[in-house]
Ligand binder design. Structure first.
Ligand SMILES: Cc1cc2nc3c(=O)[nH]c(=O)nc-3n(C[C@H](O)[C@H](O)[C@H](O)COP(=O)(O)O)c2cc1C
Length: 405
């Protein structure tokens, strides 16, 4: 976990939807990161979750409606002091009623007044019955809140506590945390930029049930996509087949083969300010597409002819537009620096990140990585750590290079 996710100050509004029963579990996740949490609980929410449970988990008093018009020693005026203290304001679950309060700027309750006094990022997670969510009044309130510059996330689709199936569920805790980390992220230097990241392996099918591939897990590319989203970019991720969770806030284009990855990248590239090619793309595919499953042939060997796939990085290098940064990856097993530099020049890349995939704690599937970064004419920089840390350092280097040009 990145150091900036620890010890943050979160103001947590809990409103009277059935999903309020999840509030203690949500705040436990923040407490595990040593974040301090102040809770404002609406009167309706008290019917669903006990103030005692919440205050036990925060180690603090829970702010209730009865506290609104009282001034506690050392706290001055609750709605003002709480918002001054916090770094982010999260409302989960947020009822239809609370959406209205926010959209209208209604300051007649503690939570409503706190939303008016708040100057921090406000991240709202509505949760309600699908019919309520589809109501034009609720839709209009969500649109208004979004246009006010606040973040409204979800809701998710699935089985709801009210017995309905549809859109209205509070997203999983992991999604809530990601949006809060995004709001708290200290660097927003990619705001207004479009970033394309490729990740994962490709599968090159020999017959309908067999393919050649490589052990890429997609973790490095996914970490870069997430880091770019944290830093404010609009991120598109072209992903080969992987089994790790999708990063939040990122548009994902799923592909299987190198040819599909090529098509997706060529289509998306002209719009992009930065392209990071972290996928482990198959260099070869079977020349002949065998339509039926190959059978054993009494010990006879199988010969498959492989032809070369199109070179995505080289094509992106050829079509690179003015000011666009193209960053490649080189997974090497020998002559790291020389091979990576050759690749960077040949493919017209602005930067290349290379790693020795045979080294311990680096490369495929590992949670950590060690990268050597080179720019044309620039010196080499090396950094290692978790893939999240390495992704962030890589983006630091990309921004440094972009600012120099
Ligand atoms: C059992 C029950 C479950 C409810 N669940 C929700 C819900 O999930 N979402 C919602 O917007 N309202 C829900 N409501 C309605 C709210 O509780 C009601 O609008 C209340 O005034 C909200 O107050 P608050 O926004 O101040 O917390 C529910 C009501 C009941 C009786």
């Amino acid at each position: 976990m990145s150091p900036w996710k620890h010890n943050r100050r979160i103001l947590f509004g809990v409103t009277g939807g059935i999903a309020a029963y999840k509030a203690p579990d949500i705040l436990r996740g923040w407490r595990k990161e040593d974040c301090e949490v102040e809770v404002i609980l609406t009167s309706s929410a008290e019917e669903f979750v006990s103030p005692l449970a919440l205050s036990t988990l925060t180690g603090r008093k829970v702010w209730r409606e009865k506290d609104f018009l009282s001034v506690e020693e050392g706290w001055k005026i609750p709605h003002i002091t709480l918002t001054e203290w916090a770094e982010v304001f999260v409302i989960a679950p947020c009822t239809a009623n609370c959406l209205r309060i926010c959209a209208q700027g209604d300051g007649s309750t503690l939570l409503g007044a706190a939303m008016l006094a708040n100057r921090n990022p406000l991240v709202i997670f509505p949760a309600m019955n699908p019919n309520m969510l589809g109501n034009p009044a609720v839709r209009a309130n969500i649109d208004k809140i979004t246009s006010m510059g606040h973040t409204v996330v979800g809701p998710d689709s699935g089985m709801l506590a009210c017995g309905y199936e549809g859109k209205g569920r509070l997203p999983d805790n992991s999604v809530i945390y990601e949006h809060v980390w995004n709001a708290l992220s200290p660097k927003k230097d990619l705001r207004g930029m479009k970033v394309l990241v490729t990740a994962g392996p490709t599968h090159e099918y020999i017959d309908p049930v067999r393919y050649i591939s490589n052990p890429s897990s997609g973790k490095m590319g996914y970490a870069i996509a997430k880091a770019a989203w944290y830093r404010g970019a609009e991120v598109t991720l072209v992903s080969g087949p992987v089994s790790i969770p999708r990063p939040e806030g990122v548009r994902v284009i799923d592909v299987v083969s190198a040819e599909q990855m090529y098509e997706a990248c060529i289509k998306e590239a002209p719009e992009m300010d930065i392209i990071v090619k972290a996928a482990a793309v198959g260099d070869f595919r079977a020349e002949e597409e065998i339509k039926q499953k190959l059978k054993r042939r009494d010990g006879e060997p199988l010969t498959v002819t492989f032809v070369q796939n199109k070179d995505i990085a080289a094509e992106l290098g050829r079509m690179k537009k003015e000011g666009q940064m193209l960053v490649g990856f080189a997974a090497e097993t020998q002559d790291l620096i020389a091979n990576a530099r050759k690749k960077m020049i040949a493919k017209n890349l602005d930067m290349i990140a290379c790693n020795d995939v045979l080294a311990n704690g680096a490369g495929f599937a590992s949670d950590t990585n060690s990268l050597m970064i080179m720019t044309k004419g620039g010196s080499e920089v090396e950094f290692s750590g978790t893939k999240d840390d390495v992704a962030d350092s890589l983006l630091d280097a990309v921004i440094r290079k972009k600012n120099k040009e």
